[in-house]
Design a protein around this ligand. Structure first.
Ligand code: NOJ
Ligand code: CA
Length: 577
Protein backbone atom coordinates (compact mmCIF):
# COMPACT_ATOMS: atom_id res chain seq x y z
CA UNK A 1 0.00 0.00 0.00
CA UNK A 2 1.57 3.36 -0.98
CA UNK A 3 2.27 5.82 1.80
CA UNK A 4 -0.51 8.40 2.08
CA UNK A 5 1.73 11.34 1.24
CA UNK A 6 3.42 9.80 -1.76
CA UNK A 7 1.18 11.38 -4.34
CA UNK A 8 1.34 14.93 -3.25
CA UNK A 9 4.87 15.23 -1.90
CA UNK A 10 6.73 12.18 -3.16
CA UNK A 11 7.54 9.51 -0.59
CA UNK A 12 8.55 11.57 2.43
CA UNK A 13 7.97 11.03 6.12
CA UNK A 14 5.60 13.39 7.93
CA UNK A 15 8.55 14.94 9.66
CA UNK A 16 10.19 15.71 6.33
CA UNK A 17 7.01 17.16 4.89
CA UNK A 18 6.51 19.49 7.83
CA UNK A 19 10.09 20.70 7.51
CA UNK A 20 9.80 21.14 3.75
CA UNK A 21 6.46 22.90 3.82
CA UNK A 22 7.36 25.33 6.59
CA UNK A 23 5.94 28.36 4.86
CA UNK A 24 8.80 30.33 3.43
CA UNK A 25 10.70 30.48 6.66
CA UNK A 26 13.86 30.10 4.64
CA UNK A 27 15.17 33.15 2.79
CA UNK A 28 16.49 31.17 -0.17
CA UNK A 29 13.00 30.03 -1.18
CA UNK A 30 12.08 33.45 -2.48
CA UNK A 31 15.42 35.25 -2.87
CA UNK A 32 16.52 37.17 -5.93
CA UNK A 33 20.19 36.25 -6.21
CA UNK A 34 22.56 38.34 -8.34
CA UNK A 35 25.58 36.59 -9.82
CA UNK A 36 28.86 38.49 -9.72
CA UNK A 37 31.59 37.33 -12.05
CA UNK A 38 34.39 38.94 -10.04
CA UNK A 39 36.86 39.61 -12.84
CA UNK A 40 34.30 41.66 -14.76
CA UNK A 41 32.22 43.54 -12.18
CA UNK A 42 34.38 46.48 -11.03
CA UNK A 43 38.15 46.98 -10.90
CA UNK A 44 39.57 49.03 -8.00
CA UNK A 45 43.29 49.01 -8.82
CA UNK A 46 43.16 49.57 -12.56
CA UNK A 47 44.88 46.34 -13.66
CA UNK A 48 41.95 45.51 -15.95
CA UNK A 49 40.58 42.71 -13.76
CA UNK A 50 37.67 43.20 -11.39
CA UNK A 51 38.32 42.61 -7.69
CA UNK A 52 36.70 42.46 -4.26
CA UNK A 53 37.39 46.09 -3.23
CA UNK A 54 35.82 47.03 -6.57
CA UNK A 55 32.66 45.14 -5.57
CA UNK A 56 32.62 46.65 -2.08
CA UNK A 57 32.81 50.15 -3.53
CA UNK A 58 29.82 49.46 -5.81
CA UNK A 59 27.62 47.52 -3.36
CA UNK A 60 25.12 50.37 -2.94
CA UNK A 61 24.17 50.03 -6.58
CA UNK A 62 23.06 46.45 -5.89
CA UNK A 63 21.19 47.45 -2.76
CA UNK A 64 19.28 50.03 -4.79
CA UNK A 65 18.55 47.43 -7.46
CA UNK A 66 16.69 45.49 -4.75
CA UNK A 67 18.41 42.09 -4.78
CA UNK A 68 18.47 39.81 -1.73
CA UNK A 69 21.78 38.01 -2.20
CA UNK A 70 24.92 37.81 -4.28
CA UNK A 71 26.47 34.63 -5.63
CA UNK A 72 30.16 35.07 -6.44
CA UNK A 73 31.81 32.94 -9.10
CA UNK A 74 35.12 31.69 -7.62
CA UNK A 75 37.64 34.20 -6.29
CA UNK A 76 39.96 31.65 -4.65
CA UNK A 77 43.63 31.15 -5.41
CA UNK A 78 43.90 29.85 -8.93
CA UNK A 79 46.14 29.83 -12.01
CA UNK A 80 43.00 31.12 -13.82
CA UNK A 81 43.09 28.52 -16.58
CA UNK A 82 39.28 28.32 -16.38
CA UNK A 83 38.66 31.78 -14.89
CA UNK A 84 38.93 30.57 -11.30
CA UNK A 85 37.09 27.24 -11.66
CA UNK A 86 40.58 25.72 -11.30
CA UNK A 87 41.39 26.23 -7.61
CA UNK A 88 44.85 25.75 -6.12
CA UNK A 89 43.97 26.85 -2.56
CA UNK A 90 40.36 26.75 -1.35
CA UNK A 91 41.01 28.89 1.72
CA UNK A 92 42.81 31.84 0.14
CA UNK A 93 41.46 34.65 -2.01
CA UNK A 94 43.50 34.95 -5.20
CA UNK A 95 45.74 38.07 -5.01
CA UNK A 96 44.21 39.07 -8.35
CA UNK A 97 40.93 39.68 -6.49
CA UNK A 98 42.32 40.90 -3.15
CA UNK A 99 42.90 39.36 0.26
CA UNK A 100 40.90 37.37 2.81
CA UNK A 101 40.56 40.66 4.73
CA UNK A 102 39.00 42.30 1.66
CA UNK A 103 36.33 39.63 1.76
CA UNK A 104 35.69 40.33 5.43
CA UNK A 105 35.19 44.01 4.64
CA UNK A 106 32.80 43.07 1.85
CA UNK A 107 30.86 40.68 4.11
CA UNK A 108 30.49 43.33 6.81
CA UNK A 109 29.23 45.96 4.37
CA UNK A 110 26.84 43.61 2.61
CA UNK A 111 25.40 42.55 5.97
CA UNK A 112 24.67 46.20 6.78
CA UNK A 113 22.94 46.58 3.41
CA UNK A 114 20.89 43.41 4.00
CA UNK A 115 22.52 41.48 1.15
CA UNK A 116 23.49 37.84 1.71
CA UNK A 117 26.63 36.34 0.19
CA UNK A 118 26.92 32.94 -1.47
CA UNK A 119 30.31 31.68 -2.64
CA UNK A 120 31.18 29.09 -5.25
CA UNK A 121 32.57 25.74 -4.16
CA UNK A 122 34.26 23.49 -6.72
CA UNK A 123 34.36 19.90 -5.42
CA UNK A 124 34.56 17.96 -8.69
CA UNK A 125 38.11 18.98 -9.53
CA UNK A 126 41.03 21.13 -8.38
CA UNK A 127 43.71 22.97 -10.31
CA UNK A 128 46.71 20.89 -11.36
CA UNK A 129 48.69 23.39 -9.28
CA UNK A 130 46.90 22.36 -6.07
CA UNK A 131 49.31 20.87 -3.50
CA UNK A 132 47.29 17.61 -3.51
CA UNK A 133 47.87 17.14 -7.24
CA UNK A 134 51.51 18.13 -7.10
CA UNK A 135 52.00 15.55 -4.31
CA UNK A 136 50.16 12.97 -6.38
CA UNK A 137 52.47 13.56 -9.35
CA UNK A 138 55.55 13.17 -7.17
CA UNK A 139 54.24 10.07 -5.38
CA UNK A 140 54.40 6.49 -6.74
CA UNK A 141 51.52 4.71 -8.44
CA UNK A 142 49.04 3.24 -5.98
CA UNK A 143 50.02 5.70 -3.22
CA UNK A 144 47.60 7.52 -0.94
CA UNK A 145 48.56 10.80 -2.64
CA UNK A 146 47.56 9.45 -6.08
CA UNK A 147 44.30 8.15 -4.63
CA UNK A 148 43.06 11.73 -4.10
CA UNK A 149 42.52 11.85 -7.90
CA UNK A 150 41.42 9.50 -10.68
CA UNK A 151 44.69 7.97 -11.91
CA UNK A 152 44.44 4.85 -14.12
CA UNK A 153 46.65 2.72 -16.33
CA UNK A 154 46.28 3.37 -20.05
CA UNK A 155 45.04 0.77 -22.51
CA UNK A 156 47.11 -0.71 -25.35
CA UNK A 157 50.34 -2.73 -25.25
CA UNK A 158 52.28 0.08 -23.57
CA UNK A 159 49.47 1.96 -21.89
CA UNK A 160 49.53 4.47 -24.71
CA UNK A 161 45.73 4.73 -25.06
CA UNK A 162 43.39 6.53 -22.63
CA UNK A 163 41.67 4.27 -20.06
CA UNK A 164 38.21 4.84 -21.58
CA UNK A 165 36.38 6.90 -24.22
CA UNK A 166 35.20 9.81 -22.06
CA UNK A 167 35.45 13.26 -23.64
CA UNK A 168 36.22 16.57 -21.93
CA UNK A 169 33.30 19.00 -21.83
CA UNK A 170 35.67 21.58 -23.31
CA UNK A 171 36.62 19.27 -26.21
CA UNK A 172 39.20 16.49 -26.70
CA UNK A 173 39.80 13.43 -24.50
CA UNK A 174 39.04 13.58 -20.76
CA UNK A 175 42.37 11.89 -19.95
CA UNK A 176 45.97 13.14 -19.94
CA UNK A 177 49.04 10.94 -19.54
CA UNK A 178 51.69 12.03 -17.06
CA UNK A 179 55.44 11.69 -17.29
CA UNK A 180 57.05 9.95 -14.32
CA UNK A 181 59.79 11.68 -12.34
CA UNK A 182 62.36 9.47 -14.18
CA UNK A 183 61.09 10.69 -17.57
CA UNK A 184 59.17 7.54 -18.55
CA UNK A 185 55.48 7.75 -19.56
CA UNK A 186 53.20 7.10 -16.61
CA UNK A 187 49.54 6.75 -15.68
CA UNK A 188 46.65 8.80 -17.02
CA UNK A 189 44.47 11.14 -14.95
CA UNK A 190 40.85 12.06 -15.54
CA UNK A 191 39.74 15.64 -16.20
CA UNK A 192 36.14 16.15 -17.29
CA UNK A 193 37.07 19.77 -18.08
CA UNK A 194 40.50 21.22 -19.00
CA UNK A 195 43.67 19.15 -18.50
CA UNK A 196 44.56 21.71 -15.80
CA UNK A 197 41.48 20.58 -13.81
CA UNK A 198 42.06 17.00 -12.55
CA UNK A 199 38.94 15.30 -11.14
CA UNK A 200 39.00 14.40 -7.45
CA UNK A 201 38.28 10.86 -6.27
CA UNK A 202 35.14 11.14 -4.15
CA UNK A 203 35.32 7.45 -3.25
CA UNK A 204 38.29 8.38 -1.08
CA UNK A 205 37.01 9.50 2.37
CA UNK A 206 39.95 11.89 2.72
CA UNK A 207 38.51 14.02 -0.08
CA UNK A 208 35.21 14.34 1.78
CA UNK A 209 37.07 15.18 5.03
CA UNK A 210 38.96 17.97 3.27
CA UNK A 211 35.74 19.46 1.90
CA UNK A 212 33.97 19.32 5.28
CA UNK A 213 36.84 21.42 6.51
CA UNK A 214 36.67 23.89 3.59
CA UNK A 215 32.91 24.35 4.01
CA UNK A 216 33.27 25.01 7.75
CA UNK A 217 36.10 27.47 7.09
CA UNK A 218 33.89 29.75 4.96
CA UNK A 219 30.74 29.18 7.00
CA UNK A 220 32.59 30.41 10.08
CA UNK A 221 33.61 33.52 8.14
CA UNK A 222 29.91 34.22 7.74
CA UNK A 223 29.04 33.30 4.16
CA UNK A 224 25.35 32.48 3.73
CA UNK A 225 25.82 29.49 1.48
CA UNK A 226 27.43 27.86 -1.52
CA UNK A 227 26.75 27.40 -5.17
CA UNK A 228 28.08 23.91 -5.92
CA UNK A 229 29.94 23.54 -9.20
CA UNK A 230 29.32 20.40 -11.33
CA UNK A 231 27.19 18.96 -8.55
CA UNK A 232 26.08 16.18 -10.90
CA UNK A 233 29.59 14.96 -11.65
CA UNK A 234 31.37 14.22 -8.39
CA UNK A 235 30.82 10.46 -8.41
CA UNK A 236 31.74 8.33 -11.40
CA UNK A 237 30.41 4.87 -12.06
CA UNK A 238 32.57 2.12 -10.51
CA UNK A 239 35.00 0.64 -13.01
CA UNK A 240 34.78 3.78 -15.20
CA UNK A 241 33.08 2.00 -18.13
CA UNK A 242 32.99 3.56 -21.59
CA UNK A 243 30.17 6.01 -22.20
CA UNK A 244 27.77 4.41 -24.65
CA UNK A 245 26.67 7.85 -25.72
CA UNK A 246 29.54 10.25 -26.41
CA UNK A 247 29.48 13.79 -25.20
CA UNK A 248 29.43 15.03 -28.78
CA UNK A 249 26.24 13.04 -29.26
CA UNK A 250 24.89 14.24 -25.96
CA UNK A 251 25.26 17.72 -27.27
CA UNK A 252 23.18 16.77 -30.29
CA UNK A 253 20.57 14.82 -28.45
CA UNK A 254 19.34 16.30 -25.21
CA UNK A 255 19.90 14.11 -22.20
CA UNK A 256 16.29 14.91 -21.31
CA UNK A 257 15.19 12.41 -23.92
CA UNK A 258 16.74 9.63 -21.87
CA UNK A 259 15.03 7.86 -19.00
CA UNK A 260 16.78 8.05 -15.62
CA UNK A 261 18.11 4.51 -16.00
CA UNK A 262 19.36 5.15 -19.55
CA UNK A 263 21.10 8.34 -18.53
CA UNK A 264 22.83 6.70 -15.57
CA UNK A 265 23.86 3.79 -17.74
CA UNK A 266 24.97 5.65 -20.84
CA UNK A 267 26.68 8.65 -19.24
CA UNK A 268 28.68 7.02 -16.42
CA UNK A 269 30.14 10.33 -15.19
CA UNK A 270 26.94 12.36 -14.67
CA UNK A 271 24.15 11.84 -12.17
CA UNK A 272 25.36 8.61 -10.62
CA UNK A 273 23.24 7.55 -7.63
CA UNK A 274 26.24 7.46 -5.27
CA UNK A 275 26.42 11.24 -5.43
CA UNK A 276 23.52 11.57 -3.01
CA UNK A 277 25.57 10.28 -0.06
CA UNK A 278 28.18 12.96 -0.74
CA UNK A 279 25.43 15.60 -0.93
CA UNK A 280 23.91 14.47 2.37
CA UNK A 281 27.28 14.77 4.02
CA UNK A 282 27.66 18.35 2.71
CA UNK A 283 24.21 19.11 4.04
CA UNK A 284 25.00 17.82 7.52
CA UNK A 285 27.98 20.17 7.69
CA UNK A 286 25.95 23.14 6.48
CA UNK A 287 23.21 22.40 9.00
CA UNK A 288 25.70 22.89 11.84
CA UNK A 289 25.16 26.60 11.05
CA UNK A 290 21.89 28.57 11.05
CA UNK A 291 20.13 29.80 7.97
CA UNK A 292 22.60 28.80 5.24
CA UNK A 293 21.79 27.35 1.83
CA UNK A 294 23.16 25.40 -1.11
CA UNK A 295 22.37 25.91 -4.76
CA UNK A 296 23.45 23.04 -6.98
CA UNK A 297 24.73 23.40 -10.49
CA UNK A 298 23.31 20.01 -11.36
CA UNK A 299 22.92 19.82 -15.12
CA UNK A 300 20.31 17.12 -14.90
CA UNK A 301 17.24 16.56 -16.98
CA UNK A 302 14.35 15.91 -16.93
CA UNK A 303 12.97 17.78 -13.92
CA UNK A 304 11.92 14.74 -11.85
CA UNK A 305 15.55 13.62 -12.01
CA UNK A 306 16.86 17.04 -10.98
CA UNK A 307 14.33 17.16 -8.12
CA UNK A 308 16.23 14.28 -6.48
CA UNK A 309 19.12 16.71 -5.88
CA UNK A 310 16.91 18.94 -3.73
CA UNK A 311 15.22 16.47 -1.44
CA UNK A 312 14.91 17.71 2.16
CA UNK A 313 18.28 16.39 3.35
CA UNK A 314 20.19 17.27 0.16
CA UNK A 315 20.76 20.63 -1.59
CA UNK A 316 18.23 23.41 -0.98
CA UNK A 317 17.86 24.36 -4.59
CA UNK A 318 19.26 23.81 -8.07
CA UNK A 319 19.51 25.94 -11.18
CA UNK A 320 16.61 25.39 -13.53
CA UNK A 321 18.51 25.07 -16.80
CA UNK A 322 15.56 23.46 -18.57
CA UNK A 323 13.69 26.71 -17.97
CA UNK A 324 16.63 28.80 -19.24
CA UNK A 325 16.84 26.84 -22.48
CA UNK A 326 13.09 26.65 -23.15
CA UNK A 327 11.96 27.97 -26.53
CA UNK A 328 10.55 31.50 -26.59
CA UNK A 329 7.02 30.36 -27.21
CA UNK A 330 3.88 30.34 -25.00
CA UNK A 331 3.07 26.62 -24.89
CA UNK A 332 6.64 25.57 -24.11
CA UNK A 333 7.04 28.24 -21.45
CA UNK A 334 3.76 27.36 -19.79
CA UNK A 335 4.69 23.69 -19.63
CA UNK A 336 8.13 24.18 -18.13
CA UNK A 337 6.80 26.59 -15.50
CA UNK A 338 4.00 24.21 -14.49
CA UNK A 339 6.34 21.22 -14.42
CA UNK A 340 8.92 23.11 -12.38
CA UNK A 341 6.45 24.19 -9.72
CA UNK A 342 4.90 20.72 -9.49
CA UNK A 343 8.08 18.64 -9.54
CA UNK A 344 9.92 20.72 -6.95
CA UNK A 345 6.85 20.86 -4.70
CA UNK A 346 6.82 17.06 -4.64
CA UNK A 347 10.10 17.12 -2.73
CA UNK A 348 9.25 20.23 -0.70
CA UNK A 349 11.63 22.54 -2.59
CA UNK A 350 10.85 25.83 -4.31
CA UNK A 351 11.66 26.29 -7.97
CA UNK A 352 14.44 28.52 -9.23
CA UNK A 353 14.36 30.57 -12.43
CA UNK A 354 17.28 31.83 -14.48
CA UNK A 355 17.80 33.35 -17.92
CA UNK A 356 21.55 34.10 -18.07
CA UNK A 357 24.85 33.19 -16.44
CA UNK A 358 28.59 33.17 -17.19
CA UNK A 359 28.38 29.98 -19.26
CA UNK A 360 25.76 30.94 -21.84
CA UNK A 361 24.89 33.62 -24.35
CA UNK A 362 23.39 36.67 -22.64
CA UNK A 363 19.63 36.43 -23.07
CA UNK A 364 19.34 39.96 -24.51
CA UNK A 365 21.20 38.55 -27.51
CA UNK A 366 20.14 34.90 -27.37
CA UNK A 367 16.46 35.78 -27.76
CA UNK A 368 17.30 37.65 -30.96
CA UNK A 369 18.65 34.52 -32.67
CA UNK A 370 16.42 32.28 -34.78
CA UNK A 371 16.00 28.87 -33.05
CA UNK A 372 17.75 27.04 -35.89
CA UNK A 373 20.86 29.22 -35.49
CA UNK A 374 21.02 29.12 -31.70
CA UNK A 375 24.39 27.65 -30.66
CA UNK A 376 24.48 24.84 -28.12
CA UNK A 377 25.01 25.85 -24.48
CA UNK A 378 28.67 26.70 -23.85
CA UNK A 379 29.55 27.19 -27.51
CA UNK A 380 28.96 30.93 -27.94
CA UNK A 381 28.10 32.77 -31.14
CA UNK A 382 30.76 32.36 -33.79
CA UNK A 383 31.77 35.61 -35.54
CA UNK A 384 30.77 33.94 -38.83
CA UNK A 385 27.25 33.06 -37.57
CA UNK A 386 24.32 35.19 -38.80
CA UNK A 387 24.11 38.41 -36.77
CA UNK A 388 21.49 38.32 -34.00
CA UNK A 389 18.62 40.83 -34.10
CA UNK A 390 19.75 42.88 -31.11
CA UNK A 391 16.69 45.12 -30.84
CA UNK A 392 14.30 42.17 -30.87
CA UNK A 393 16.57 40.30 -28.46
CA UNK A 394 16.52 43.12 -25.92
CA UNK A 395 12.77 43.61 -26.20
CA UNK A 396 12.17 39.89 -25.66
CA UNK A 397 14.73 39.71 -22.85
CA UNK A 398 12.97 42.48 -20.93
CA UNK A 399 9.64 40.70 -21.41
CA UNK A 400 10.99 37.27 -20.45
CA UNK A 401 12.57 38.70 -17.30
CA UNK A 402 9.43 40.61 -16.34
CA UNK A 403 7.49 37.38 -16.67
CA UNK A 404 10.08 35.42 -14.66
CA UNK A 405 10.31 37.85 -11.76
CA UNK A 406 6.61 37.52 -10.98
CA UNK A 407 6.85 33.76 -10.50
CA UNK A 408 6.94 32.18 -7.04
CA UNK A 409 10.34 30.81 -6.03
CA UNK A 410 13.85 32.13 -6.29
CA UNK A 411 15.39 33.92 -9.28
CA UNK A 412 18.99 34.23 -10.38
CA UNK A 413 20.20 37.32 -12.27
CA UNK A 414 23.55 37.59 -14.05
CA UNK A 415 25.53 40.82 -13.72
CA UNK A 416 24.83 43.22 -16.56
CA UNK A 417 21.42 41.83 -17.50
CA UNK A 418 19.83 44.64 -15.46
CA UNK A 419 21.44 46.96 -18.05
CA UNK A 420 20.09 44.90 -20.95
CA UNK A 421 23.70 44.17 -21.87
CA UNK A 422 24.19 42.23 -25.12
CA UNK A 423 26.68 39.45 -25.77
CA UNK A 424 30.11 40.66 -27.00
CA UNK A 425 30.02 38.07 -29.74
CA UNK A 426 32.48 39.68 -32.16
CA UNK A 427 35.54 39.53 -29.88
CA UNK A 428 38.68 38.88 -31.88
CA UNK A 429 40.31 35.48 -31.48
CA UNK A 430 43.39 36.97 -29.84
CA UNK A 431 41.34 37.95 -26.79
CA UNK A 432 39.57 34.62 -26.31
CA UNK A 433 40.47 32.87 -23.06
CA UNK A 434 37.86 30.15 -22.61
CA UNK A 435 39.64 26.75 -22.70
CA UNK A 436 36.89 25.54 -25.05
CA UNK A 437 38.28 27.83 -27.76
CA UNK A 438 41.82 26.44 -27.54
CA UNK A 439 40.77 22.81 -27.06
CA UNK A 440 38.62 22.86 -30.21
CA UNK A 441 40.98 25.01 -32.30
CA UNK A 442 38.41 27.76 -32.38
CA UNK A 443 35.65 25.55 -33.74
CA UNK A 444 33.64 26.20 -30.61
CA UNK A 445 34.11 29.85 -29.78
CA UNK A 446 33.34 29.45 -26.08
CA UNK A 447 31.95 31.68 -23.35
CA UNK A 448 34.07 34.85 -23.35
CA UNK A 449 31.31 36.87 -25.04
CA UNK A 450 29.18 36.93 -21.88
CA UNK A 451 32.13 37.71 -19.58
CA UNK A 452 33.20 41.16 -20.75
CA UNK A 453 33.57 43.84 -18.00
CA UNK A 454 30.56 46.00 -17.16
CA UNK A 455 30.10 49.60 -18.35
CA UNK A 456 29.39 51.87 -15.34
CA UNK A 457 29.82 55.49 -16.49
CA UNK A 458 29.75 56.23 -20.20
CA UNK A 459 33.04 57.67 -21.46
CA UNK A 460 34.51 58.00 -17.95
CA UNK A 461 37.40 55.91 -19.29
CA UNK A 462 37.97 53.59 -22.24
CA UNK A 463 36.32 50.89 -20.10
CA UNK A 464 33.31 53.15 -19.33
CA UNK A 465 34.12 53.38 -15.64
CA UNK A 466 34.92 49.70 -15.02
CA UNK A 467 38.12 51.23 -13.59
CA UNK A 468 40.03 54.50 -13.81
CA UNK A 469 42.71 53.31 -16.25
CA UNK A 470 40.57 52.01 -19.12
CA UNK A 471 42.34 48.63 -18.95
CA UNK A 472 40.10 45.62 -19.48
CA UNK A 473 40.99 41.90 -19.59
CA UNK A 474 38.46 41.56 -22.41
CA UNK A 475 37.76 44.73 -24.39
CA UNK A 476 34.26 46.19 -24.29
CA UNK A 477 32.68 46.40 -27.74
CA UNK A 478 31.69 49.90 -28.93
CA UNK A 479 27.99 49.25 -28.29
CA UNK A 480 28.55 48.79 -24.51
CA UNK A 481 28.82 52.54 -23.92
CA UNK A 482 25.10 53.04 -24.60
CA UNK A 483 24.25 50.51 -21.85
CA UNK A 484 26.32 52.22 -19.13
CA UNK A 485 24.58 52.31 -15.78
CA UNK A 486 24.76 56.09 -15.39
CA UNK A 487 22.83 56.58 -18.65
CA UNK A 488 19.99 54.44 -17.26
CA UNK A 489 19.87 55.49 -13.61
CA UNK A 490 16.64 57.43 -13.00
CA UNK A 491 15.68 57.28 -16.69
CA UNK A 492 12.05 56.19 -17.10
CA UNK A 493 11.75 53.19 -19.40
CA UNK A 494 15.40 52.13 -19.06
CA UNK A 495 16.12 48.48 -18.43
CA UNK A 496 17.76 49.31 -15.10
CA UNK A 497 14.65 51.16 -13.86
CA UNK A 498 12.48 48.30 -15.13
CA UNK A 499 14.44 45.77 -13.03
CA UNK A 500 14.23 48.02 -9.97
CA UNK A 501 10.49 48.37 -10.32
CA UNK A 502 9.99 44.64 -10.87
CA UNK A 503 11.98 43.76 -7.76
CA UNK A 504 10.19 46.38 -5.69
CA UNK A 505 6.67 45.24 -6.64
CA UNK A 506 7.64 41.58 -6.37
CA UNK A 507 8.59 42.21 -2.77
CA UNK A 508 5.64 44.49 -2.01
CA UNK A 509 3.17 41.81 -3.16
CA UNK A 510 5.07 38.86 -1.66
CA UNK A 511 5.18 37.18 -5.05
CA UNK A 512 8.23 35.06 -4.21
CA UNK A 513 5.97 32.99 -1.95
CA UNK A 514 2.63 33.94 -3.49
CA UNK A 515 -0.46 31.99 -4.46
CA UNK A 516 0.12 31.26 -8.13
CA UNK A 517 -2.34 30.12 -10.78
CA UNK A 518 -2.57 30.34 -14.55
CA UNK A 519 -5.23 32.88 -15.56
CA UNK A 520 -6.81 31.27 -18.64
CA UNK A 521 -9.60 33.84 -18.52
CA UNK A 522 -7.05 36.53 -19.52
CA UNK A 523 -5.25 34.43 -22.10
CA UNK A 524 -5.51 33.86 -25.84
CA UNK A 525 -3.37 31.79 -28.16
CA UNK A 526 -0.54 34.30 -28.34
CA UNK A 527 -0.48 35.34 -24.71
CA UNK A 528 0.24 33.78 -21.35
CA UNK A 529 -1.28 35.08 -18.14
CA UNK A 530 -0.98 34.18 -14.48
CA UNK A 531 -2.12 35.63 -11.19
CA UNK A 532 0.22 35.67 -8.21
CA UNK A 533 -0.98 37.19 -4.93
CA UNK A 534 -3.49 39.43 -6.69
CA UNK A 535 -1.12 40.58 -9.43
CA UNK A 536 -2.10 39.68 -13.00
CA UNK A 537 0.91 39.20 -15.28
CA UNK A 538 0.34 39.08 -19.04
CA UNK A 539 2.96 38.20 -21.66
CA UNK A 540 2.08 39.03 -25.29
CA UNK A 541 4.17 36.98 -27.71
CA UNK A 542 2.55 38.75 -30.67
CA UNK A 543 2.38 39.45 -33.52
CA UNK A 544 -0.79 41.46 -32.69
CA UNK A 545 -1.37 43.86 -29.81
CA UNK A 546 -3.83 42.90 -27.07
CA UNK A 547 -6.02 45.16 -24.94
CA UNK A 548 -5.03 45.08 -21.31
CA UNK A 549 -7.82 44.54 -18.73
CA UNK A 550 -8.76 47.21 -16.20
CA UNK A 551 -6.67 47.68 -13.09
CA UNK A 552 -3.68 49.64 -11.90
CA UNK A 553 -0.57 49.03 -14.00
CA UNK A 554 2.20 48.19 -11.52
CA UNK A 555 5.00 47.60 -14.03
CA UNK A 556 5.28 47.26 -17.76
CA UNK A 557 8.06 46.64 -20.24
CA UNK A 558 6.19 48.92 -22.66
CA UNK A 559 6.87 52.47 -21.68
CA UNK A 560 3.74 54.16 -23.08
CA UNK A 561 1.26 51.48 -22.04
CA UNK A 562 -0.64 53.52 -19.47
CA UNK A 563 -1.88 55.85 -22.20
CA UNK A 564 -2.78 53.37 -24.92
CA UNK A 565 -3.65 50.25 -22.88
CA UNK A 566 -2.70 48.16 -25.88
CA UNK A 567 0.06 45.72 -25.09
CA UNK A 568 2.28 45.24 -28.12
CA UNK A 569 4.15 42.10 -29.16
CA UNK A 570 6.96 40.86 -26.91
CA UNK A 571 5.83 42.98 -23.99
CA UNK A 572 4.70 42.17 -20.44
CA UNK A 573 2.49 43.99 -17.99
CA UNK A 574 1.78 43.54 -14.25
CA UNK A 575 -1.69 44.69 -13.17
CA UNK A 576 -3.07 44.94 -9.65
CA UNK A 577 -6.47 43.28 -9.75
C1 NOJ B 1 30.59 25.01 -14.43
C2 NOJ B 1 31.01 26.44 -14.37
O1 NOJ B 1 29.86 27.25 -14.35
C3 NOJ B 1 31.88 26.68 -15.57
O2 NOJ B 1 32.15 28.03 -15.76
C4 NOJ B 1 33.14 25.87 -15.39
O3 NOJ B 1 33.94 26.00 -16.56
C5 NOJ B 1 32.82 24.39 -15.18
N1 NOJ B 1 31.75 24.19 -14.25
C6 NOJ B 1 34.03 23.66 -14.65
O4 NOJ B 1 34.28 24.02 -13.32
CA1 CA C 1 41.90 44.68 -10.23
Amino acid sequence: KPKANCLKFGCMSNHEIIAAARPNAEWWRTAVIYQIYPRSFADSNGDGIGDLPGVTARLESLASLGIDAIWFSPFFKSPQKDAGYDISDYKQIDPLFGTNEDLEVLLAKSKKLGIRIIVDIVPNHTSDQHAWFQEALAAPEGSAARDMYMFREGKGANGELPPNNWQSIFGGPAWTRITNTDGTPGQWYLHMFDSSQPDLNWDNPRVADEFDDILRFWLKKGVDGFRVDVAHGMIKRAGLPDATIYDENLRERSISNLTMAEAEEQVPYWGQPGVHDAIRRFRRVLDEFDDRAFCAEASMSPLPRLAMWVRPDEYHQAFNFDYMTTAYEPAALKKIITDSIVEYAKVGASSTWVMSNHDGIRHATRLGIAPEHTPRPGDGIHPTDPAPDEALGLRRARAATAFMLGLPGSSYLYQGEELGLPEAWQLEGKYRQDPTYARTNGKRIGRDGCRVPLPWEADATASNGFNTTGESWLPQPANYRAFARNLQEGVAGSTLELYKRLLKERKAFGMGSGEFRWAEEFQDKNTLAYINNGVLVIFNFGPDSVVVPAGEVLVTTQHDLTVERELEHDQVVWIKL
